[in-house]
Design a protein around this ligand. Structure first.
Ligand SMILES: Cc1cc2nc3c(=O)[nH]c(=O)nc-3n(C[C@H](O)[C@H](O)[C@H](O)COP(=O)(O)OP(=O)(O)OC[C@H]3O[C@@H](n4cnc5c(N)ncnc54)[C@H](O)[C@@H]3O)c2cc1C
Length: 411
């Protein structure tokens, strides 16, 4: 079969790599490089990620891909310090508990909110309809935890708005815990707390994966697809983000695709010279309404080895997202000012960066909002039998889920 794959991000590259084992595949990518959101730049001796910094090693399909590409020896694991994560609450960084029992004594939430969260097994059951992440969390673990911990988690993973994201589509595992055990705490005892797996990247950043895939596939760069047609192909797989696919689709399909929103995001990378009076850690998240405009900061050079040369530290600050898309349109000077101001409040001193690099993701992260599942069903009803949609806009935003979907499918 002759197959066209549209889009050369991680989803399209993996699909092309996989399908070419049995088919004749050509990939079309609009820009002049492969990888989409996944891109590592080497700047001033630092390895700076534009987008994803890592994936969790709990998805066997990603490890299978790594193995098939001969990249196993190039995997890197986080440092011990990277286990320390913080949340910004009431003007202070608060450590997140490392073990479930530590939650009892942790200051990540005020005392009353912690006590309410512990009464979770007695919370009322779910409504019939799809529910927002905020409503789900407020119902199960209380408003306090929803506004701090869940808000921070939603910012960290989705740059999203918890009052709009669908719990069923954005956090299917949490939704399943309640469905199967009637309680998150009981379910977590059965299946274990939190996401399993170890954060994993490559010695030269996520670019290693993209370069290895790029060497294997027949990709046409600077080849934007302007309409979906099947001339010369038996099958088309599109991994183009929904808003772009909407532009090149027609009629009701185009309208439905436009209804999948995105959260634009700017990444501000800062290089600081040692000594920096900031303890090594994974980083911190800043819940909405806690006085910061930034969404959080990753302490990149404290997480993986080799991210910054001796004597320097690399940080990546996220700003923008579903609740603050305007931030991404600010000019570089304004963005840098906001970021340094916020970091000054958190760290207690005014950081003076050696270098600042800003990356803007105008589309950013797709948002699976309340009703996403029904929207997907309507979209699928408009697709012909020889046209498939895949990638982060539809069935999972993480690198792991994009890879899993691509490897598990064949026409
Ligand atoms: C700042 C940031 C940090 C992230 N961090 C993490 C993380 O740590 N871990 C994690 O698992 N995930 C993370 N993610 C999410 C993850 O990176 C993305 O969801 C994933 O990379 C998306 O891959 P994709 O192939 O679906 O889409 P994309 O990467 O968006 O690729 C789509 C491709 O389609 C191309 N295209 C668009 N229009 C056309 C056209 N008309 N014709 C041809 N090609 C076209 C684009 O140029 C692009 O290359 C992060 C995302 C961002 C933005």
């Amino acid at each position: 079969m002759r197959i066209a794959v549209l889009g050369g991000g991680i989803a399209g590259l993996t699909a092309a790599f996989h399908l070419q084992q049995e088919h004749d595949v050509v990939l079309f990518e609009a820009s002049d490089r492969l990888g989409g959101n996944v891109h590592t730049e080497e700047i001033g001796g630092c390895l700076v990620e534009w987008g994803p910094q890592a994936f969790l090693d709990n998805e066997p399909r990603t490890l299978e891909l790594v193995e098939r590409l001969g990249l196993k020896d190039r995997l890197v694991r986080p440092t011990d310090e990277a286990a320390r994560r913080f949340v910004w609450r009431d003007g202070k960084l608060r450590a997140l508990p490392l073990k479930p029992w530590q939650f009892l004594f942790s200051s990540c939430l005020p005392f009353r909110a912690r006590m309410r969260a512990l009464r979770e097994p007695k919370a009322p059951g779910p409504p019939e309809r799809d529910e927002s992440v905020y409503d789900f969390a407020a119902r199960r673990i209380g408003q306090g935890a929803a506004e701090i911990l869940v808000d921070a988690m939603v910012s960290g993973i989705w740059a999203g708005d918890p009052r709009r994201l669908s719990v069923r589509s954005a956090f299917p595992k949490l939704h399943a815990l309640e469905r199967d055990y009637g309680s998150l705490i009981k379910g977590a005892k059965g299946r274990g707390f939190g996401p399993k797996g170890v954060l994993t990247s490559f010695d030269r950043g996520m670019q290693v994966l993209i370069d290895a895939l790029g060497e294997q596939v027949d990709a046409r760069l600077a080849a934007p697809v302007e309409r979906v047609d099947f001339d010369g192909f038996d099958y088309v797989v599109s991994t183009i983000p929904a808003p772009r696919l909407a532009e090149i689709s027609r009629g009701e399909l185009s309208e439905l695709l436009q209804r999948i929103p995105t959260a634009p995001l700017a990444v501000v990378a800062l290089v600081l010279r040692e000594p920096v009076r900031v303890p090594h850690a994974f980083g911190f998240l800043a819940p909405h309404g806690q006085g910061l405009r930034i969404l959080g900061t990753l302490y990149e050079s404290s997480i993986f080895p080799g991210r910054a040369p001796e004597g320097l530290r690399l940080y990546r600050v996220m700003i923008g997202g579903r609740r603050d898309p305007e931030a991404v349109q600010l000019d570089d000077g304004e963005l840098e000012g906001i970021v340094l101001d916020d970091l000054g409040k958190v760290w207690g001193f005014a950081p003076q960066p050696e270098a600042v690099h800003i990356f803007r993701h105008q589309l950013g992260i797709p948002q699976y909002e309340v009703g996403h599942q029904e929207l997907l069903e309507q979209i699928h009803a408009h697709l012909t039998a020889n046209f498939r949609i895949a990638g982060s806009s539809f069935h999972g935003v993480s690198v792991n889920l994009c890879v899993k979907e691509a490897l598990e499918w064949s026409p």
